[in-house]
Each structure stands twice: as structure tokens, then as C-alpha cells.
Design a protein around this ligand. Structure first.
Ligand SMILES: Cc1cc2nc3c(=O)[nH]c(=O)nc-3n(C[C@H](O)[C@H](O)[C@H](O)COP(=O)(O)OP(=O)(O)OC[C@H]3O[C@@H](n4cnc5c(N)ncnc54)[C@H](O)[C@@H]3O)c2cc1C
Length: 294
């Protein structure tokens, strides 16, 4: 089934896609240094704040070089907690590129051999729901819709969304990787591949496979008022913050006042978190044990 184009990224200009070119890139770097830069360490994970640089597409296309960015950050924020945190992210970028240089095979297989032949599920309905932003988990759905509308997704939302596909739905992370590469304006073979393998637990220096992100807890922690989520599945906009990341827990009168009909305006969760976690962990443990016996 074709992916619905919420906003056709081929239509120029799409006001939701940030402008390209060197002048715009320089402006973004300056705006970051004068704006959220000094608070980067504390705010970079917050989905509801514009706390990151948005320089990824500039770095990908070379409208800013990594040296320019590194030295500008050193000069403006060197020695501060935020300066160190930002340099750290630039190092992740370099790390991703060096992994791909040394191990080009990671584009086709997991970095960690024991994850080869992982028994991924075939679940077309789950895949379609994930792509369209209809899993019933608002933060996962917001990430899917932000991708289709803006060609960008916040790093924390990428992590939550990728983890959900690979662990909750147990759909091959490579499908998600290809989908992201097609839609991201900063889509980059090395960083995208490392990001997906990190989330699926099979990459170099990845998140341990047994860590399964809870999309409700992640939403509450990194989007406490639900401002990020409210922008994307707009039907949820009037739900109180307390229920914005778990609409199915809201009492009927609260749903009514917010104009939300569960199952119609907002899908019910397609999998239950603890059940999905249990299924994934049991499958992963059995798979890894089998690989060790070989
Ligand atoms: C599943 C997944 C897929 C990803 N795919 C891509 C991709 O295709 N292209 C891409 O540029 N980044 C990718 N990332 C990394 C990260 O999400 C983006 O670089 C970041 O969100 C871009 O926003 P920013 O420029 O505001 O980041 P900032 O927080 O301002 O970071 C500054 C720069 O550091 C680099 N950087 C930041 N975080 C990471 C990271 N975790 N890994 C590697 N480099 C990082 C980027 O070049 C970024 O522009 C992916 C992450 C995940 C979890």
C-alpha cells in the first residue's frame, strides 16, 4: 500500500521544510549559538523545545563543514557543559562515518553477528500503522507524522519511534531505516544506519537489546505538557496533559470534553506495552541463546 503523502516534499517551497543553501546554514548556526546553544546540554532531549541546532541537513549536504561547526562551537561554548555535549554529538556523527568506512556490510546486516537471522515478524498492518502514525501511542505517531510532513524528526522521537518498530512490533529495523532514508532531509547512510542499529540493539556500542523504551514514559518525560504531540495527531490537541501520552486512560467525560472518540479520532494502541515488551524479550533471549549454542 503506498505511503500517504501528508505534505508532498517535492512541492517547492514546503514551508515546513527548512531552507537549504549556505546562507541559511550560516544563519542557523548563528541562531543556535545565540539562542538555545548555551542550554543545549539540558534541553537537547526535550521534544517540546527548539533546543537543538537543526544543522544535520547542512552537515549532510556540506553547506556547513564539520570543521566550521566544531570551531564555532569551541569558540562560543568551549569548556561549558553544553559545548561538551554538542561536541559529543558531532563525535557520534564521525563515529557513524568511521563505522561505515570500516564495515560497509552494516548497510546489509547487523554490526553484531549474533543478531543476524533475527526472527522479525511479518506484520503489514503494524508496519502501515507505524508509517502513517496510527499506532495509538501519541509520541510514536507524532514522530511518524513529523517525518512525512517536515522531512525531519527530533532525535529523541527517532529513538522512541525506531525502538517501537524494532522491539514492540518486532518488524525488521531495516524497513524503518529505508523509510527514514527516503523521507529525512538529513537522511544519511552512515548516521541513519547507526541510529537504527543503536535502537534495535544490534549496532556498535548500541543500546542493550533488553532495554525497551516505554513510549508513554518517554513521552511524559521529554514532552511533559504534550506540546510536541499536540502538533501532529491534531485530534488530541485538547486532551489534558495528564492523558496526552495515554489517551486510553482518560475517563469518558474527559475524552468527550476534548472531542476525542477512541478508536475513531485516535486509534487504540495496536499493541499493549508490557505484552509487547515480554514478547520481544522472550524472542530475543531465545534467539541469542540459540546463536551461542552454534
Ligand atoms: C533512528 C535514527 C536515525 C537517524 N538518522 C539520521 C540521519 O539520517 N542523518 C543524521 O544526520 N542524523 C540521524 N540521526 C541522528 C540524529 O537524530 C540527528 O542527527 C539529529 O536529530 C539532527 O538534529 P539536529 O541537527 O538538531 O541535532 P543536534 O542535537 O543539534 O546535533 C548536532 C549535530 O550532531 C550530529 N548528531 C546529533 N545526534 C546524533 C546521533 N545520535 N548520531 C549521529 N550524529 C548525531 C548531527 O550531525 C547533528 O546535526 C538518527 C538517529 C536515530 C535514532
Amino acid at each position: 500500500m503506498p505511503i500517504p503523502r501528508l505534505v508532498d516534499l517535492s512541492l517547492v517551497p514546503n514551508p515546513k521544510v527548512q531552507p537549504g543553501g549556505e546562507r541559511a546554514a550560516q544563519g542557523r548556526l548563528l541562531a543556535f549559538l545565540r539562542g538555545p546553544g548555551p542550554r543545549y546540554a539540558k534541553q537537547r532531549d526535550r521534544l517540546d523545545l527548539a533546543g537543538t541546532s537543526r544543522l544535520s541537513a547542512d552537515l549532510k549536504f556540506g553547506t556547513l563543514s564539520i570543521r566550521q561547526v566544531f570551531s564555532a562551537i569551541r569558540k562560543a561554548l568551549g569548556g561549558t557543559e553544553s559545548g561538551r555535549a554538542f561536541e559529543n554529538e558531532l563525535l557520534w556523527r564521525e563515529f557513524a562515518h568511521s563505522i561505515l568506512w570500516d564495515r560497509p556490510d552494516v548497510l546489509h546486516q547487523p554490526f553484531r553477528a549474533e543478531f543476524a537471522d533475527f526472527p522479525w515478524r511479518t506484520d503489514e498492518a503494524g508496519w502501515q500503522a507505524w508509517v502513517e502514525g496510527a499506532t495509538g501511542y501519541p509520541v510514536v505517531d507524532a514522530a511518524a507524522r513529523q517525518l512525512l510532513a517536515e522531512g525531519f524528526v527530533h532525535n529523541r522521537a527517532r529513538m522512541i519511534s525506531a525502538s517501537f518498530l524494532a522491539k514492540h512490533l518486532m518488524i525488521d529495523y531495516k524497513r524503518g531505516e529505508v523509510h527514514y532514508l527516503e523521507w529525512l532531509t538529513d537522511g544519511d547512510w552512515a548516521q541513519n544506519n547507526m541510529g537504527w542499529q543503536w535502537c534495535a540493539g544490534c549496532g556498535c556500542d548500541a543500546q542493550p537489546y533488553f532495554r525497551v523504551m516505554n513510549p508513554v514514559a518517554q513521552g511524559r518525560c521529554f514532552d511533559p505538557e504534550g506540546s510536541y504531540v499536540r502538533q501532529y495527531p491534531p485530534k488530541l490537541a485538547r486532551l489534558p496533559a495528564r492523558f496526552i501520552h495515554s489517551p486510553w486512560e482518560a475517563p469518558e467525560d474527559v475524552l468527550q470534553r476534548a472531542g476525542v472518540r477512541l478508536g475513531r479520532d485516535c486509534p487504540r494502541p495496536i499493541v499493549e506495552h508490557s505484552e509487547a515488551r515480554r514478547r520481544y524479550l522472550a524472542t530475543a533471549r531465545a534467539h541469542l541463546a540459540k546463536r551461542r549454542r552454534r
